[in-house]
Design a protein around this ligand. Sequence first.
Ligand code: SF4
Length: 594
Amino acid sequence: AVLARHGSDGTRLMQILREIQEETEWLSPDILTRVAEGAKLPRGQVEGVAGFYHFFHTEPLGSYRVLWSDNITDRMAGNADLMARMCKKLWLKPGKVSEDGLVSVDTTSCTGLCDQGPALLVNYRPVTRMTAERVDQIVDLIRHKTPLAQWPAEFFHVDDNIRRKDALLGADFKPGDALKALKSPQEVLDAIKESGLRGRGGAGFSTGQKWDFCRAAVGTGPHAAHYVVCNADEGEPGTFKDRVLLSSYADLVFEGMTISGYVIGAKKGFVYLRGEYRYLLEPLNAVLEKRRAAKLLGKSILGRTGFDFDIEIHLGAGAYICGEETALLESLEGKRGVPRKRPPFPVTSGYLNQPTAVNNVETLASAALIAAKGAAWYKSIGTPKSAGTKILSISGDCERPGIYEYPYGVKVSQVLADCGARDTQACQIAGASGLAIAPNEFGRRIAFEDIPTGGSFMIFDNTRDMFQVARNFAHFFVHESCGFCTPCRVGTTLLANAMDKIDEGHGGEYDISDIWRVIRTLKTASHCGLGQTAGNAVADTLQKFRPSYELRLNVRDFEPAFDLDKALSKMREVTGRDDPGAHFHINHRKSRSG
Ligand code: SF4
């Protein structure tokens, strides 16, 4: 039935697998075979896709699949102890399925709920603000096999936590306002260019230019077409502003997509929604239905003949790399999310190799407002090189975590004061691949010309250990590397191993120089931005928070990660034999001092 619903179309493989898994709990070998046959795809391809995404299961993981969000902010809020409590009460080990096959508990990367953590997903529905009491309640519900629909509704409540509104979040906008103000596609394009709008995903490419290139590109083949894609795969640790835009400003986002379609000549748009936001699928589809009923989507929008555009939502399945636009396009086509070679760029060869404009959620919402209110209004906000506002997702050590919208150019110190941060030691801006800044840099500004960011803003006070922050990010990249190229696949693991070695007290200067060598290789030899930036947090913390590393460096030169003495200590106890000459540390240090 699922295959039939999708017309057995292989490009819809992700949606097919997800919908089947929602019915069957896991993707058995038999199901994969039947999907391959039905969609006329090689079985290896179907298996490859099922195996690539963290949220697809090719082995049973229980009727209740609990995934604890494991961003550094969740750790700071105590997720590890709470997860240990849950595992103990359920009699299982993290990463394993209970003996009765009922439940499994594991960790996952940031779930976009850092302002209300510790958080977890249960069967991909978010539960926020976990406490020991809530853990006990969930354990009881699982033990009694209570269906999720009967769990207390407040468990699943997700707050917007909007703390500061500006031009976008505070705009007086009604559905259709931007579409009713539309002039010719060229005039709209000119306005977007004139406004200075730049991509809000972090890279900051001119939106007007992107749309111009896409509009000029020619589609190929019998199904030549242009496409609009909204990148809602918000996976950067510490980022959750797109969650809020899609929860409470979906009309603005959809209207921005429709305008983009109008300008580039597309009739179809996709929202690629991260799997962690599965709970938003039905509410977003309801907004789309309303817009269709109001003639704001579909055929002859607002009665204009030839202005046809519709939107479909595709769900991701837990792969951070799909935030990279070419990996996202691969995933949208039902493949593994492996980044493509560039050029060609998506504007000429994107979805199904057709011209495609891929934009961030916030960019599209801003474009709708520009179409409604004009370029001059937008350009008057922000700085000369960074027009408009930026929405920040603020989490970590502050009194009021949540969503803050500022005109570009705001100082970091102002942001910290507004959210009630005290004794701040560091801010990690733009996520795990971003920038760690120290107090002497808090006068810097959020702007493309100073600190560009997709929106993640994590705060660490004086009690935090910046080494552990960097170590958490190093492990994040091991988990999220797509494995396609060796420098990233191996480099991220080497980096995380080196950080673990230092953490366990076996690190020396040799390891620090080794870390620098790995970071250089990652930066220069990786295929895509994930690998190229995977060492940023370690590099920044090494330069700016060096004491947190120094206090762990026991030796000045090389020491192996494996502690032979520790490994043998049990046997020494059992046998009662302890030859001083057989102690590695004593002999090693003697030979160094000698
Ligand atoms: Fe994949 Fe990493 Fe290579 Fe990017 S750099 S293609 S994420 S392995």
